[in-house]
Design a protein around this ligand. Structure first.
Ligand code: BG6
Length: 502
């Protein structure tokens, strides 16, 4: 651990508040939200006056709900100690009811106003429900008068996917705008909660030495990879309607791209940062899809081997159509039309059932202007690369050439490597802690504004149209690095994908 780490003063506990979780018995609540609350409590970042109200369809007594939370925390939390669980469990309440029934919201209003329980009036409503219910829940909250901010703030967290194309995203934004002010809406993207993603901003704008080379004069191209080894698990029904472009590219990957390529904001005020993210997305050159694999490749996994285990093909997964044309892999080449990036391609790829789990951003620099090392043809020299490892092994590495010791002049690639775990130790983190804390303190920097979501959809619209009939699907065996067409996409430009972990 470095002993000269400069830290800002420790953050103070969030405002007194009540968190209402719609979908309280679902996957997101048990895997992420409750463990994240537990971690925040452990770090003393939750206020003493804090309450959680779970809302779900199931009928359950408060004791049954507490037992469930306790079991879930043991299973999905890390380093859970019973004392802290009691702290959280003593603050729980539960309401069983349908999300489209006014009765559920009437009960909720009663629970929130219960004078004996003295629950804080500030309310965070977390919509951990299927996307078709986002509008329904917000309308019901509005009708029950629960979005009124007269006695405390009222904030609504909307999970992804936010719409399934530009039209539906606009409709949802419109509906939200009828019930809420923009400052009350927190459209979440859990990638922005990852420490490493936030660190891209610290790295670029906290240091003086990288920005001068962060442009078309020095950068050859940028690659962004989000590779997963998992398949669609129990989410076949959702995924088969969605596909990789909607599930990961339009949101998570576009945010990685925006943070990597945006201009320095005027300040770290939420809107200053969000303006720059939006501006960058708006500068993406419109995609012209003229023929198969011209700017993008879509693929689907067939049966194969991942981590030494035989796994079925996508079409054999539960709740997936036997003749599905949904992509589980997508690769795109983008251009950004501005002074900084003109002519620099950005290659994005993501997929399920790939060889390894690795999310990373690679900035590849141009070669030195001419070869001093006559015996070492420039063409064979490895390029300088800055590799930001988003996960796993979070860190940043710089690959450059060094002289191999010996009497002759030979160059080899070496690596300077910063690893989070070495410097800061490993902390229990679900990725939701920062985001929940930010909602409770009213900081919307890491959340999407309506225009950011709509611009993201505008960029992918030509691909959604071109792929609407399931056209141009390539196949790859589970455990590979995607279809060979994706290698050809980048290969046509004389480049190749970096092998993560290399
Ligand atoms: C989710 C997608 O938003 O992100 C999943 O719906 C994907 O399909 C997941 O697996 C990836 O997130 P992470 O944090 O595991 O990289």
């Amino acid at each position: 651990m470095a002993d000269d780490i400069k830290t800002a003063p420790r953050p103070v506990p969030a405002d007194p508040s009540t968190m209402v979780i719609f979908g309280a018995t679902g996957d997101l609540a048990k895997r992420k939200l409750l463990p994240a609350l537990y971690n925040l409590a452990t770090e003393s970042l939750l206020p003493e006056q804090f309450a959680v109200v779970g809302v779900a369809r199931q009928t359950m007594s408060i004791d049954e709900y507490r037992d469930k939370v306790s079991r879930d925390l043991e299973e999905f939390g890390t380093a859970v100690t019973p004392g802290r669980c009691d702290w959280l469990e003593s603050r729980l309440a539960y309401i069983g009811g349908e999300f489209d029934a006014p009765e559920t919201f009437r009960k909720l209003a009663e629970v929130l106003a219960d004078p004996e329980a003295k629950r804080p009036a500030n309310c965070l409503f977390y919509l951990a429900v299927p996307p078709n219910l986002f509008g329904t829940v917000v309308r019901q909250l509005g009708d029950a008068g629960l979005l009124d901010e007269r006695h405390g703030w009222r904030r609504v967290v909307i999970e992804k996917p936010f719409g399934r194309d530009l039209k539906t995203a606009r409709e949802l934004n419109q509906l939200l705008a009828e019930e809420l002010d923009e400052h009350q809406i927190y459209r979440i993207d859990h990638y922005l909660g990852k420490e490493t993603v936030q660190n891209v901003m610290a790295f670029r704008f906290g240091n003086g030495i990288f920005e001068p080379v962060w442009n078309r004069r020095y950068v050859d191209h940028v690659q962004i990879t989000v590779a997963e080894t998992v398949g669609v698990e129990q989410r076949g029904a959702y995924y088969d309607r969605t596909g990789a472009l909607r599930d990961v590219v339009q949101n998570h990957m576009f945010q990685l791209l925006a943070i990597t390529a945006m201009e320095p904001p005027n300040s770290f005020e939420a809107d200053a940062v969000r303006d720059e993210r939006e501006k960058l997305l708006r500068a993406i050159h419109p995609l012209v899809v003229d023929g198969p694999a011209s700017v993008a490749v879509r693929g689907q996994y067939t049966a194969g081997t991942v981590d030494w285990e035989k796994v079925p093909g996508y079409r054999e997964e539960p709740h997936v159509a036997a003749d599905s044309h949904t992509e589980t892999y997508a690769a795109i080449k983008l251009k950004v039309d501005n002074w900084r990036w003109a002519g620099v391609p950005f290659y994005l790829r993501t997929g399920k059932r790939l060889e390894a789990r690795a999310s990373e951003i690679v900035v590849q620099f141009r070669p030195a202007p001419f070869s001093l090392f006559r015996e070492t043809p420039m063409a064979n020299l490895d390029p300088n690369q800055l590799v930001i490892r988003v996960q796993p092994n979070e860190g940043i590495a710089l690959r450059f050439l060094a002289k191999v010791p010996g009497p002759d002049v030979r160059l080899g690639t070496v690596r300077m490597d910063f690893s989070y775990a070495d410097y800061f130790g490993l902390k229990s983190n679900t990725g939701y802690e920062t985001l929940l804390y930010d909602v409770m303190t009213g900081d919307s920097t890491l959340f999407h504004r309506a225009d950011i979501v709509e611009t993201g959809w505008t960029v992918v619209e030509p691909l959604l149209d071109a792929w609407r009939n399931g056209d141009g699907l390539a196949f790859y065996p589970a455990g590979a690095w995607g279809p060979s067409e994706a290698d050809a996409l980048i290969g046509r430009d004389g480049r190749q994908w970096r092998m993560p972990g290399d």
